[in-house]
Unconditional design. Structure first.
Ligand SMILES: [Zn+2]
Length: 84
């Protein structure tokens, strides 16, 4: 059970927006929402655009811009907003 996982539609939409606009990410968020590709960006200590914590961060480019997480979230939002 992941305590940071969004549960409500509102939270999911907020997270989706965050992932789409984030420029930097820590490795925890990167692993969670994206897939690590061969990193070539510099790693430094700063604020993660996703969780807001000060950690070792890199560019979201190194995690394929969160495409996997974004796709998953969009699907979940789509399913929940679908009118039966
Ligand atoms: Zn983070």
């Amino acid at each position: 059970m992941d305590f940071q996982s969004p549960t409500t539609l509102k939270e999911k939409k907020a997270l989706l927006k965050k992932l789409e606009t984030a420029y930097n990410t820590c490795f925890d968020c990167g692993d969670k929402y994206g897939v690590y590709s061969v990193g070539c960006s510099s790693v430094y200590e700063s604020t993660c655009d996703v969780c807001g914590e000060t950690k070792r961060i890199t560019e979201t480019r190194d995690f394929a811009y969160f495409v996997t997480g974004i796709r998953k979230l969009k699907l979940e939002i789509q399913n929940e907003t679908k009118i039966p």
